[in-house]
Design a binder for this molecule. Structure first.
Ligand SMILES: *Cc1c(COP(=O)(O)O)cnc(C)c1O
Length: 425
């Protein structure tokens, strides 16, 4: 509201796009995870959104962390409240310098999936506790990871024999069904393969006691996925005393916690608006493709937060946040809709946020559009191409369930970390 007011007064930069992060949503996701997967320890995948308050909150809640680089490890440890034993270095292909840095930092739990990595670890970090990442079926995921990572089961005996020969400590098995997994049965297949790999471990002379079920969890299928995962664990690991089970959820924790508010900085409408609307109506009446008659340009795009459209295969839909300075869009205005397209601010024509959206005809330059579910794989991969700055985050703990607890956890973390600011409630 303040941003809208300042923008109307032409305050410099007052129209800047910004995220709103509801940290109590992250809190509730953590409770939900613990409730439905009580035997599984979450290691939050930092790459998904390394927001400092998300990291602090999760650290305070007792979650652990999945890091893929020494930059991420340094980031997590710099919160000042996370011990190196709470980190898994879950990148199967690490630079030797990052391995050495991990050894120095005291991070010794890490994944591998190939022979060269074993030689590297033997040379640079021989005391590491290694987790073998196996290949699973990732065909039912938004972002497939098996093209790049994961040892096929057929290569597992050879890799474990080599690890044993090198005197390395392999403690267990990991997998990742792919990010944005929309078929929860992928987890039961993966657990079956992990079981087979555990048995291969015994043959190679290891007693595995660590199972990492990776990421891929989705908000809207979580309960179902968790049930399938629990059943598969029961079936394939019936006797699991001494077995430590972890997961590496990323998207699940943050996707819905962040929304993005953007300002309409420019608009291009057909010369004759009335005619354009008429064309739209006849096109839709004829069942044909509706062509946008208005183009809106907003101040974040695919080179910024909306990189998720290109890299993470997301489809986003805007809604009207503020129209003519008001947050309440009268229904008669909202009823007069126009097929529109929404574009980012850069000079590149690939910078299209939404090719078709039904938006009120009254929408003008200066009005605000918002987008939900903008917490995962957005801020972290945004660039400043064309000189546009990154959208900043405004924090809230919301007014809903978990708000009080969220503030309490953040305060207790802040007490441990001297001299840091608190998010505004
Ligand atoms: C990206 C990644 C994750 C997180 O995946 P989500 O789909 O966001 O849950 C977890 N583990 C590894 C190894 C990853 O690369």
């Amino acid at each position: 509201m303040r941003a809208a007011r300042l923008a109307v007064d032409h305050e410099p930069d007052a129209e800047k796009a910004f995220f709103v992060a509801d940290l109590s949503y992250v809190y509730r996701q953590h409770q939900r995870f613990k409730c439905f997967l009580p035997e599984v320890e979450p290691f939050y995948a930092v790459k998904c959104n390394p927001d400092p308050y998300v990291l602090r909150l999760l650290a305070g809640l007792g979650a652990n962390f999945d890091c893929a680089s020494n930059g991420e490890i340094a980031n997590v440890l710099s919160t000042g409240v996370v011990e190196p034993s709470r980190v898994i270095f879950a990148n199967p292909c690490k630079a030797a310098s990052h391995l050495k840095q991990a050894a120095r930092a005291g991070v010794d739990l890490m994944t591998f999936d190939n022979a060269d990595e074993l030689h590297k670890v033997a040379r640079v970090h021989p005391k590491a506790r290694l987790v073998l990442r196996i290949l699973t079926d990732d065909s039912k995921a938004l972002c497939r990871l098996g093209l790049k990572f994961g040892a096929p089961l057929a290569s597992v005996p050879g890799l474990l024999a080599m690890a044993h020969e090198l005197g390395l400590n392999v403690v267990g098995i990991s997998f990742h069904v792919g990010s944005g997994c929309y078929d929860p049965s992928a987890y039961s297949d993966a657990i079956a393969r992990a079981r087979a790999a555990f048995d291969m471990g015994r043959v190679a002379g290891y007693q595995f006691h660590f199972l990492d079920v990776g990421g891929g969890f989705e908000d809207h299928t979580f309960e179902n996925t968790a049930a399938i995962l629990r059943d598969a664990i029961d079936m394939h690991f019936p006797d699991r005393s001494g077995l430590r089970i972890i997961a590496e959820p990323g998207r699940y924790y943050v996707s819905r916690a962040f929304s993005l508010a953007t300002n309409i900085i420019a608009r291009r409408a057909a010369a004759d608006d009335v005619e354009a609307v008429a064309t739209n109506i006849s096109a839709s009446a004829a069942g044909g493709e509706e062509q946008p008659s208005v183009m809106y340009y907003i101040n974040d795009g695919v080179y910024g937060a909306f990189n998720c459209i290109l890299f993470d295969h997301q489809v986003v839909q805007p809604y009207v946040l503020a129209l003519s300075g008001s947050f309440h869009v009268p229904s008669d205005v909202a009823g007069d809709v126009r097929v529109s397209s929404v574009w980012g601010p850069t000079c590149d024509s690939i910078d299209c946020v939404c090719p078709t959206a039904r938006l009120p005809a009254a929408l003008q330059v200066g009005d605000w559009l918002a987008f939900d579910n903008m917490g995962a794989y957005t801020v972290c991969a945004a660039s400043q191409f064309n000189g546009f700055t990154l959208s900043q985050v405004v924090y809230t703990t919301g007014g809903g369930a978990g708000a009080v607890e969220t503030r309490r956890v953040l305060q207790s973390v802040a007490v441990q970390v001297a001299g840091t600011d608190q998010p505004t409630a």
